[in-house]
Design a protein around this ligand. Structure first.
Ligand code: SF4
Length: 335
């Protein structure tokens, strides 16, 4: 928790996260005393400009979903700061918090879980407008039909129930709900992970088109580097609660500098059958965030670890323009 991380701040960042920490208590015994802490997110910092997509990638359990939900205050961070358009989100209460929540929305991996199965989807979209006191009943209906069209659905879909839609269509409904509220910042939490590959690109294209039209800002969370490459302007790679590398999409895919990112890249299939890439298999499993390794958290699995890696924690440092990495020995991967 003691590393102070400084990222280059984009000009006019819409979202500015500084030293975000989220520890979950582990309660045991009759009196439910806190016996340990799950260090889900540890000192994470980044900024996202208006109209930009930051991809947040890492294996399941690395803390990326916790980052997204902490920014939206769906869970309360342990410490750190989150600023939206210059406002300190973690200090907002009551109406101010409600107001900012309209601007900051979440798209779930499984939109079915966020839709009431007994309510037609048109009403689900209108429900958000009622909560935020937007428009008259007639205007709400118009907004609902307009947003359905924007995500490629028709007005008659409004009367249908969630179970009558495919996974891809339900994801479009999730996007429509955020869009109806005129959200400006959207946390997309693995929005295409559960979809077939052919449907994935349709949903990603809708997200990109809407971003262009409405200058939307996305934090796009995924475990799949290929999906992140398709949509992101910049990418942050997380490992065991920390960001280990952050840079532009082009730099990350052309010159990954952290041994963990390099291993993840080696697992991406290449479309050309004549090209071969050597797969780097990491030893062991991801350690428990209950008791993360000392020094560099990646050292028990790192193929190039040296003695000092288990003692000295690397800080995130800039190795080339706008390319930060937390590894003592990343220079060898510079091209
Ligand atoms: Fe590997 Fe050491 Fe770099 Fe960590 S600091 S990624 S253990 S070489």
């Amino acid at each position: 928790m003691n590393n102070s991380i400084n990222f280059p701040t984009p000009i006019n960042p819409l979202i500015d996260v500084k030293n975000l920490v989220k520890y979950f208590p582990v309660k045991t015994g009759l009196f439910q005393r806190t016996s340990a802490w799950v260090q889900a997110v540890d000192n994470v910092s980044f900024s996202v400009s208006a109209g930009e997509t930051l991809g947040l990638v890492g294996e399941s359990g690395c803390g990326k979903t916790t980052v997204g939900r902490s920014i939206l205050r769906l869970i309360e961070p342990t410490s750190g700061s989150v600023s939206y358009n210059g406002k300190d989100v973690l200090k907002l209460r009551g109406n101010e918090l409600k107001h900012i929540r309209r601007d900051m929305q979440l798209i779930f991996q499984d939109p079915y879980s966020s839709l009431d199965p007994r309510v037609p989807i048109g009403e689900s979209i209108i429900e958000g407008l009622i909560i935020h006191k937007i428009g008259s009943p007639k205007e709400r209906n118009e907004i609902m039909i307009e947003t359905l069209k924007k995500v490629g659905l028709e007005y008659y879909h409004a009367r249908r129930y969630p179970h009558e839609f495919s996974g891809g269509q339900r994801q479009r409904i999730g996007i429509a709900r955020a869009l109806a509220l005129k959200a400006k910042f959207i946390v997309c939490d693995e929005p295409v992970s559960a979809l077939d590959v052919s449907i994935q690109s349709q949903v990603l294209n809708i997200l990109k088109e809407l971003q262009k039209e409405f200058n939307l800002t996305y934090l796009f969370i995924a475990h799949n580097l290929s999906v992140v490459e398709h949509i992101s302007d910049r990418v942050a790679v997380m490992y065991l609660g920390k960001i280990v590398e952050i840079t532009s999409r082009a730099d990350l895919y052309q010159m990954p500098l952290h041994p963990y990112t390099i291993a993840l890249m080696s697992a991406i299939p290449i479309a050309d059958p004549h090209l071969k890439r050597e797969r780097i298999l990491l030893k062991g499993d991801v350690p428990s965030p209950l008791n993360p390794p000392k020094g560099c958290r990646f050292h028990p699995r790192c193929p190039i670890a040296k003695d000092n890696c288990s003692v000295e924690e690397p800080v995130l440092r800039e190795l080339s323009s706008d390319h930060q990495v937390s590894c003592h020995y990343a220079e060898q991967f510079l091209k």
